[in-house]
Design a protein around this ligand. Structure first.
Ligand SMILES: O=C(O)[C@@H](CO)OP(=O)(O)O
Length: 245
């Protein structure tokens, strides 16, 4: 059996993570802390001898910049890159741009958590033409930009990319780095770890922490995914879980 290596990396802290705003498809930048998280992610890869030889990113700046900084830190800035909107964060609908704590206060804990973490409750749809609507953005030309997405909506738009471009690179023997987002990575980890629709609410992906999977020929994990710095990852995942409190 050949082992295939997949490294998942959520982008470093973004401006809107720092401000505690729902982000989704809004193309915000990294904070200085987020940039340092990305560089540290790259150093962890280097120390572990896990040097990616192909990169896949979303089309959002926070994932692209994270990948650039991480790869620069491990001297892999030159590897081939593919980008896809299919790796984008889930679209947060009308919540994009809203403060998480104020939203929790206004709608209550239960509704807030249904929108944030339930498998199949989408946030209210974004108003067409409103400030954070991406419909006219040239990078999405020819794509039906969603008006909102729950995790159940992310899976069918992500899986063709997993089964296509990502599977091809993994099967070719490459060490594949995917830099993406909290919820697009939750969807991928749900598939890899076989997490049930109810249990997925408890999964939070920390920013800037490389998560490594060894996959068999069927491209399913041969063991649990492992964070390169498990203690820091657990602490950072708890901080994500507590956003809005
Ligand atoms: O706002 C978002 O787009 C996501 C990730 O930052 O937030 P949450 O963790 O609340 O799903």
């Amino acid at each position: 059996m050949t082992e295939h290596t997949l490294v998942l990396l959520r982008h470093g802290e973004s401006d809107w993570n720092q401000k505690n705003l729902f982000t989704g498809w809004v193309d915000v930048d990294l904070t200085e802390k987020g940039r340092e998280e990305a560089r540290r992610g790259g150093r962890l890869l280097q120390e572990a001898g896990l040097l990616p030889d192909v990169l896949h990113t979303s089309v959002l700046r926070r994932a692209i910049t994270t990948a650039n900084l991480a790869l620069d830190a491990c001297d892999r800035h030159w590897i081939p890159v593919r980008r896809s909107w299919r790796l984008n964060e889930r679209h947060y609908g009308a919540l994009q741009g809203l403060d998480k704590a104020a939203t929790r206060e206004k709608y209550g804990e239960e509704q807030f958590m249904l929108w944030r973490r339930s498998f199949d409750t989408p946030p209210p749809p974004i108003e067409p033409g409103s400030e954070f609507d991406q419909a006219g953005d040239p990078r999405y030309a020819g794509i039906d930009v969603p008006a909102t997405e729950c995790l159940a909506d992310v899976i069918p738009r992500l899986m063709p990319y997993w089964e296509g471009e990502l599977a091809d690179d993994l099967r070719a023997g490459h060490t594949v780095l995917v830099t993406a987002h909290g919820n697009s990575l939750r969807a991928l980890v749900k598939h890899l770890d076989g997490i049930g629709d109810d249990e997925i609410a408890g999964l939070n992906i920390p920013t800037g922490m490389p998560l490594v999977y060894r996959l068999g020929d069927d491209l399913m994990p041969t063991g649990p995914g492992e964070y390169l710095d498990p203690d820091a990852a657990a602490e950072a995942a708890a901080a994500v879980a507590n956003q809005g409190r």
